[in-house]
Design a protein around this ligand. Structure first.
Ligand SMILES: Cc1cc2nc3c(=O)[nH]c(=O)nc-3n(C[C@H](O)[C@H](O)[C@H](O)COP(=O)(O)O)c2cc1C
Length: 201
């Protein structure tokens, strides 16, 4: 019986990683736009990001950001972050505690930058620091680039602001809102794999 329960928990964990990987792959997947929270002194700060990559073997999830943004300053002060994903179709919520590692002007950020679409690179060209006060509504794109068809050459300087945030999963909380009975399980990272347990939903 014990063995069977553990096997079932193991299947749930596999299913979670599959869903997360699918979320990173497909913009249509409900896990593509999760919320990530960082610590900002007395208040948690939460925001939506694009889930860019998931590595189920390394237990990592990646998003991209502007190195000048408040969230990156918060991560530098404390790398502890929390993710939340909800797939309303499957009625599955996944909450993840993780440790963030920043990749700035290294091999990982360069590869991610080179594989990014032109349109995604544009946001890193803003002259104003993200979240700073501006005098009028703007996307911050330099005036001389507003009307042109952007090329790799125009966008090159955006790399100066581009950071890859890799988060390493420490704990994963799975909640399934079944129609009749809810189920919840917790997976805690250990030296080898995850400790798995059922918990009260
Ligand atoms: C659909 C959607 C996707 C977003 N994707 C990202 C993203 O991948 N990276 C990012 O830094 N901000 C992204 N944002 C903007 C953030 O939610 C947030 O507003 C911005 O980064 C400022 O956050 P901060 O002040 O906490 O640093 C996205 C917003 C939305 C609505």
């Amino acid at each position: 019986m014990q063995e069977q329960t553990e096997f079932y928990l193991d299947q749930i964990l596999k299913d979670c990683w599959q869903r997360l990987a699918d979320g990173a792959q497909s913009p249509k997947h409900l896990f593509h736009f999760p919320v990530i929270s960082t610590l900002n002194k007395d208040f948690p700060e939460s925001r939506v990001v694009v889930l860019r990559a998931v590595n189920p073997k390394e237990h990592t999830l990646i998003f991209y950001s502007d190195v000048r943004s408040p969230k990156i300053r918060q991560i530098k002060e404390s790398p502890n972050v929390s993710w939340v994903f909800y797939d309303a179709k499957s009625r599955i919520q996944i909450r993840i505690k993780a440790k963030a590692v920043l990749h700035f002007k290294d091999e990982i950020s360069l590869e991610a930058w080179e594989n990014s679409r032109l349109e995604s690179k544009k946001v890193y060209l803003s002259q104003q620091v993200p979240s700073s006060k501006v005098d009028e509504p703007t996307d911050g794109l330099p005036q001389d680039l507003k009307m042109v068809n952007l090329t790799e050459e125009n966008l090159k300087s955006g790399y100066e602001n581009f950071v890859v945030v890799k988060t390493e999963v420490l704990e994963l909380d799975w909640l399934f809102l079944a129609h009749h009975e809810h189920r919840r399980a917790r997976f805690m990272k250990e030296l080898e794999g995850f400790n798995m347990e059922w918990i009260q939903p």
